[in-house]
Design a protein around this ligand. Structure first.
Ligand SMILES: *Cc1c(COP(=O)(O)O)cnc(C)c1O
Ligand SMILES: [Zn+2]
Length: 468
């Protein structure tokens, strides 16, 4: 379809048979013509893009410039939808890629081959800040006054933080009651956001926030917002940067609403289109066993993006059966406890672009992997560890080879969900059962139990000699 838009950046329906385009000046979360998701798209030939990825290193010398220091906006040329000086930053994306041989050994990889990308190091403690910086930038361009999201916790923490720091918008947050980890809820409250607890789960909150946002004209910052995903592309740019611009073999990421996996696919697709990389890594998206819509559709039912003609009736039928049976997502990994992933179609497209695979990990395997990430690194929240559990399964299957280069995205900080961590390491069987037993978790293979000692110098010394 011909573009009648003057700006080299615009919005476009992802379904090729529609392909409708819209200006950046509209706040849209779906194509007004066909209801499908939108991309932010670019006429790259009208924009100035560096000739090679290493050109971005020039930004490193400019740490006094907040846009060069931001791990999102130092790649502005690859998400140039707003003028650089208008881009919102609170210092997101100062994240690290660590080689982790301890965790690598646990999952069956050879030394030096497993890397952990710590997105929990973001200001609000999760990768969501990458997307929020971009969404806030678009909201500022539009002059929006109030923003809203539905959240399993981290989107709301991120939105609330960007509101409190920038004062550009006021936040309204929808959460399912009892469904949000304490660390995340504490952030939304502390940053001063209006928090609306709905009796229901994430999917209920998501449906309501879309309605209410339409009615009240709130700017929606869930990952149906295409600008969010532009910011999240930069996680991949930083991975490449940390690998000195070499492309790894695999990117492994937990899958909830599938915004991240969709953004990663778009990042690599665009880099290859621009001639900045010659090969695309394979994507592995890891669901929780108790929330495996993507796995069921992609791996069991063979639903594919299919060049923009996915089997939509099969997807509708899957959800209808889920509703009829009263099946609801249930996992300790609350950040990926989702029935209807809003970015499903974009993720199917990303899986096609990257020759990707989908697996699921049980809560038991997720928590064991999480304990390994803690013992062998900086730790993460439960959902993040699904990526590590997924690698272990894929190595066992022979899909990932032990000498391939694998990057796991650790999406959220270790302190987000202390309840799960403490219960896992607890000596108190009742506490273990209350938090984890109901999830089908039976053992804590890597528990680091506290040692109870009387308040007595000699007993303490004895205990240290015995256990230390
Ligand atoms: C949001 C979130 C996810 C899920 O990411 P999607 O983009 O929705 O698939 C995974 N882990 C953590 C910690 C999150 O906050
Ligand atoms: Zn459309």
């Amino acid at each position: 379809m011909a573009i009648s838009i003057t700006d080299p950046s615009f919005q476009q329906c992802i379904v090729p048979t529609c392909g409708a385009t819209f200006s950046l000046g509209e706040a849209l979360v779906a194509c007004p013509r066909c209801g499908n998701l939108l991309d932010v798209a670019y006429q790259w030939d009208r924009l100035s893009v560096p000739g090679k990825l290493a050109d971005f290193e020039a930004q490193w010398a400019r740490r006094d410039d907040p846009h060069a220091a931001s791990g999102v906006w130092r790649f502005h040329a690859l998400l140039p939808f707003a003028p650089r000086d208008q881009c919102v930053t609170v210092g997101e994306g100062q994240t690290l890629l660590h080689a982790s041989d301890g965790v690598g050994q646990y999952v069956g990889m050879k030394p030096g081959r497993l890397f952990l990308q710590y997105e929990g190091m973001n200001p609000s403690g999760s990768f969501k800040d990458n997307g929020m910086a971009a969404a806030f930038t678009h909201a500022r361009v539009l002059g929006a006054k109030r923003a809203a999201c539905a959240s399993t916790g981290n989107t709301s923490a991120s939105l609330a933080l960007y509101c409190s720091v920038t004062r550009l918008l006021k936040a309204v947050i929808f959460v399912g009651s009892g469904k949000i980890a304490f660390g995340k809820l504490s952030q939304a409250l502390d940053y001063g956001a209006l928090t609306v607890q709905i009796s229901g789960d994430f999917d209920d909150a998501m449906a309501r926030v879309q309605e209410v946002s339409r009615d009240l004209g709130l700017y929606l910052v869930n990952s149906v917002n295409p600008f969010r995903l532009e910011g999240q592309k930069t996680i991949m740019f930083r991975v490449l940067e940390a690998l000195r611009w070499e492309v790894p073999d695999w990117i492994v990421v937990p899958g909830g609403n599938l915004g991240n996996s969709s953004a990663f696919g778009k990042a690599f697709f665009e880099l290859r289109e621009l001639g900045l990389i010659s090969r695309i890594p394979r994507l592995a998206v890891i669901n929780a066993t108790g929330a495996r819509t993507l796995f069921d559709l992609h791996e069991e039912q063979g639903v594919r993006w299919n060049n923009g003609k996915p089997n939509l009736p099969a997807i509708d039928e899957y959800h209808a059966q889920m509703d009829a049976a009263g099946r609801r997502a249930s996992t300790i990994a609350s950040a990926i406890e989702i029935n209807r992933p809003v970015n499903l179609l974009k993720c199917l497209r990303a899986l096609e672009w990257t020759n990707g695979v989908v697996r699921h990990a049980s809560d038991q395997d997720i928590l064991d992997a999480k304990a390994q990430v803690g013992a062998g690194g900086m730790g993460c929240e439960p959902a993040s560890a699904a990526s590590v559990a997924g690698v272990k399964a894929l190595v066992t299957e022979g899909v990932i080879q032990p000498d391939e280069r694998v990057v796991c995205i650790l999406t959220g900080h270790q302190l987000k969900d202390p309840k799960a961590t403490v219960a896992y390491h607890s000596t108190d069987q009742d506490q273990f059962n209350e938090v984890l037993g109901s999830r089908g978790v039976r053992r804590a293979a890597f528990a680091n139990r506290a040692v109870a000692v009387p308040n007595d110098r000699n007993e303490i010394i004895k205990a240290i000699r015995l256990y230390g």
